[in-house]
Unconditional design. Structure first.
Length: 475
């Protein structure tokens, strides 16, 4: 095993294998197609509302769905449940301060809690927040405060087949033009850029955005849920960083920013938790006071002490280069298999998921017929695979209609991925017969979590909304 942050030079094998042993197993539900059809109907055709017992391979999200290591399991037993100033918080604080360099560290129960508190204490109606691309809960919390979220992604992010290495970047030219006329409250860079296909952000872009913001006195924050995966892609793809350790690359990104939000359910490899960290003592005091109202005392932030210890271990394990190599190569293997199966995907593959281009696969469906939802539903009906739509349902003005298949950390093996590829191949063969969807009921915010949908009856001759079922791989 290589030392912390080092990259093993002798692991250039073609075979991808999991750099861990499995000590516990959990049964996987195996349903018939008829059972899946019934489950999807009962859920209002919304995959979020399916019971987990009706899902065979769950790729809905990588958030909080990973497997804990033996060291994390041990940390759970050692957790200090003191209400104030417990040892677990001190361990958590030390790790976050070492990782980021930020002196003020606040745990919260998950990332969106940090988003909500920041929006509540730092935004007012009419304020502008600029990003490379805001993800769903970040945007919702900004808009709930009456502020405006503006995305300035680079143009390559809108072209799924473009293989530019850093399609997660913010468009600096557009940011410069904006700053001549408007003054955003802050700029937030999402690393990696989830809504843009899990694409990384280059260190050059982080530095350029930081310089633009600081030149006019505007804070720059990182939405750093996948900071380790972003650091890995910088190491692998960006000239000048190949000889720098992964922890050092991550720290360099944090050094360029004024603070960060972080869901520990991603690169913290924890089942719950998040944090906010900053250099600003005034913002820290505002955040602390609001945190006490809704999350708890600042040294536990809505979490059990054992969770804080688990996150502290997970943040460091996520920086292991052998783990990151395996994860990136697994996602690339998945993407290549889906492409061979006839599913177009966003290129190049990111670090946590493969994003299927439903708009390209289902050209007979308009964006208002929710091709992403249609493909996600088809994958579930065919083989019990649950993904998530990232298109017109999640973001009403989305230009790309995608389905994200997110790989939980350290959960599925290569044979599970091969099964999903086989399911996708069957779906691709009958893509022209996949019907669209319409929204029947929806809430005002984050509608994709709870909307009720219905299948759009076919209008094209020979187009069947209920094609004869193929033999069920999971049945």
């Amino acid at each position: 095993m290589a030392g912390p942050g080092a990259v093993s030079p002798d692991l250039a094998w073609h075979t991808i294998f999991e750099p861990f042993r499995i000590k516990a197993v959990e049964p996987i539900p195996l349903l018939t197609r008829a059972q899946r059809e019934s489950a999807l109907e009962a859920a209002g055709h919304n995959l979020f509302k399916l019971p987990a017992t009706a899902v065979t391979i769950d790729l809905l999200t990588d958030s909080g769905t990973g497997a804990l290591s033996a060291t994390q399991q041990a940390a759970l037993l050692l957790g200090d449940e003191s209400y104030a100033g417990g040892r677990s918080f001190q361990q958590f604080e030390r790790v976050v301060q070492r990782l980021t360099g930020y002196p003020y560290v606040f745990p919260v129960h998950q990332g969106r809690a940090a988003e909500r508190i920041l929006a509540r204490v730092d935004l007012k109606p009419g304020d502008l927040v600029v990003s490379n691309t805001l993800f769903d809960t970040t945007r919702a919390n900004i808009e709930q405060a009456g502020a405006i979220g503006l995305d300035l992604p680079v143009s390559s992010s809108r072209v799924p087949s473009d293989r530019s290495p850093f399609k997660g970047d913010l468009n600096v030219d557009e940011l410069v033009r904006l700053l001549t006329a408007q003054r955003p409250k802050f700029v937030i860079l999402t690393i990696t850029n989830n809504a843009a296909g899990g694409q990384p952000v280059s260190m050059a872009n982080i530095a350029a955005v930081s310089a633009c913001c600081h030149a006019v006195g505007i804070p720059m924050l990182l939405d750093a849920a996948r900071f380790a995966e972003n650091a890995w892609f910088v190491h692998e793809r960006e000239p000048g960083w190949g000889d720098t350790s992964i922890p050092a690359i991550a720290r360099a990104a944090f050094d360029l920013a004024d603070g960060c939000l972080l869901s520990a359910k991603k690169d913290g490899i924890s089942h719950i938790g998040g944090l906010f960290a900053t250099r600003d003592p005034v913002l820290a005091e505002k955040f602390r006071n609001e945190l006490i109202l809704g999350e708890g005392f600042p040294t536990y932030g809505g979490l059990a002490g054992r969770d804080l210890s688990c996150i502290a271990v997970g943040l460091e394990e996520a920086l292991d280069p052998d783990y990151l190599r395996y994860r990136a190569r697994s996602v690339a293997y998945f993407a290549e298999g889906l492409q061979r199966a006839g599913i177009p995907v966003v290129e190049p593959p990111g670090g946590h998921a493969v994003f299927c281009d439903a708009g390209a696969l289902l050209p007979h469906l308009s964006p208002d017929e929710l091709p992403g939802q249609a493909l996600a539903a088809a994958l579930y009906l065919e083989g019990g695979v649950r993904g998530v739509e990232i298109g017109r349902l999640m973001f009403p003005h989305a230009s790309l209609q995608l389905v994200r298949l997110a790989l939980p950390r350290r959960v599925y093996t290569q044979s599970h991925v091969d099964y999903v590829i086989e399911v996708a191949e069957r779906v691709a063969r009958r893509a022209g017969d996949i019907p669209g969807y319409r929204i029947v009921e929806e809430p005002a915010f984050l509608r994709h979590f709870s909307a009720v949908m219905a299948v759009i009856p076919p209008t094209t001759p020979g187009h069947s909304a209920s094609p004869p079922p193929a033999p069920s791989p999971a049945g």
